[in-house]
Design a protein around this ligand. Structure first.
Ligand SMILES: Nc1nc2c(ncn2[C@@H]2O[C@H](COP(=O)(O)OP(=O)(O)O)[C@@H](O)[C@H]2O)c(=O)[nH]1
Ligand SMILES: [Mg+2]
Length: 327
């Protein structure tokens, strides 16, 4: 057994036995896409598939982190375990700016059934989705009942991360201005549940009513991941800072999960699997084509395309041919 495989076995054994430091190290390996991570995922993936993966996205400041904290409290009260992956460079959930959040999170310091991890939104296109998908698989294998993926709904890749979950929650806050209204349309398409947070603010109920009207007007359709979304999303109102509406939100998440068996959630899982496998296939192809012995030919071919001396289809055939691939 090679060095990375041995290290992976050691970390996996410890993480599965409940060692949270080993779990954190595995997630670091996943984030850095190391050989240890790959070996660990080969081992852990068959153990995953039981957790409910919930994406929470929305504009910055809508209250995602505060809501996640409130959901953690609710989930723990029900005796269930929960992990959070915050894919948000500005997320206060573990490292950041907002003292209130940090204080709230700290009350879980000794709780084995709460695990919080922030993840940098970096890497190549699709990298974020495959990294967070792999991180979710590790946490799933470690036995967490619920996994929340908090992403800021401004970039396409962040939205995709949340949309690849079993259940996608899009958070809005009342009267956030025109700029946010523009984001809204795109975000709503990926929503299984829409939550208007800051229910204590004036206009929350009106915003919820407007959103319900928008959703009635829009024809349900499949999103970028080809998830069938035949059901119009429910619109709920929460006040994350007091916990109001949070039990109802958790109940709605559970309902969506229960209703999704054999339906949209299955399709979401298939789309996620496809995305993960294709990301690995394309990484491997790229590595091979730029590896020793092939790099010069690959680069020369790319230059020919850039200079319009070769068309991209012929170039692709030639590169695949150089790997011995013929159809
Ligand atoms: N009034 C009110 N403020 C809230 C509520 N939820 C969050 N906030 C505040 O809104 C700000 C942004 O919250 P945060 O959770 O960091 O938003 P995120 O950027 O979406 O993660 C913070 O000052 C929170 O305390 C709420 O329900 N009501
Ligand atoms: Mg946040």
């Amino acid at each position: 057994m090679g060095e990375p495989a041995a290290r992976a076995t050691e970390l996996c054994d410890a993480a599965l036995a409940g060692d949270r430091r080993a779990l954190a190290r595995l997630l670091t390996a996943v984030e850095n896409r190391t050989a240890v991570a790959e070996a660990a995922l080969r081992r852990l993936y068959p153990l995953a598939g039981r957790a409910h993966l919930v994406g929470i996205t929305g504009p910055p400041g809508a209250g995602k982190s505060t809501l996640v904290a409130a959901l953690i409290a609710e989930v723990r009260q029900a005796g269930r375990s929960v992990a959070v992956i915050a894919v948000d460079p500005s997320s206060p959930i573990t490292g950041g700016a907002l003292l209130g959040d940090r204080v709230r999170m700290q009350s879980y310091a000794g709780d084995q059934d709460v695990f919080i991890r922030s993840m940098a939104a970096r890497g190549h296109a699709g990298g974020l989705a495959s990294t967070s998908g792999a991180a979710a698989a590790v946490l799933d294998a470690a036995g967490f009942d619920l996994i929340f993926l908090e992403t800021v709904g401004t970039g396409q890749s962040e939205v995709e991360v949340a949309a690849a979950a079993d259940t996608t929650v899009v958070l809005e806050a009342p009267e956030m201005g025109d700029e946010v209204q523009a984001i809204k349309a795109g975000l709503l398409e990926v929503a299984d549940l829409v939550v208007v947070n800051k229910g204590d603010r004036p206009g929350a109920q009106r915003t919820a009513a407007q959103l319900r009207a928008m959703l009635v007007a829009s024809v349900p359709r499949n999103d970028a991941h080809h998830h069938p979304r035949p059901k119009r999303p429910e619109v709920l109102v929460t006040t994350a800072s007091t916990g109001e509406g949070v039990p109802e939100l958790l109940a709605a998440l559970d309902r969506h999960r229960a209703a999704g068996r054999g339906g949209p959630a299955e399709a979401a899982r298939l789309a996620r699997a496809e995305h993960q496998v294709w990301a690995i296939v394309s990484d491997r192809l790229r590595d091979r084509l730029h590896g020793p012995g092939r790099r010069a030919v690959t680069e020369a071919t790319l230059h020919e395309v850039a200079e319009h001396r070769l068309d991209p289809y012929t170039a692709a055939d030639r590169l695949l041919g150089s790997l011995g691939w013929r159809d």
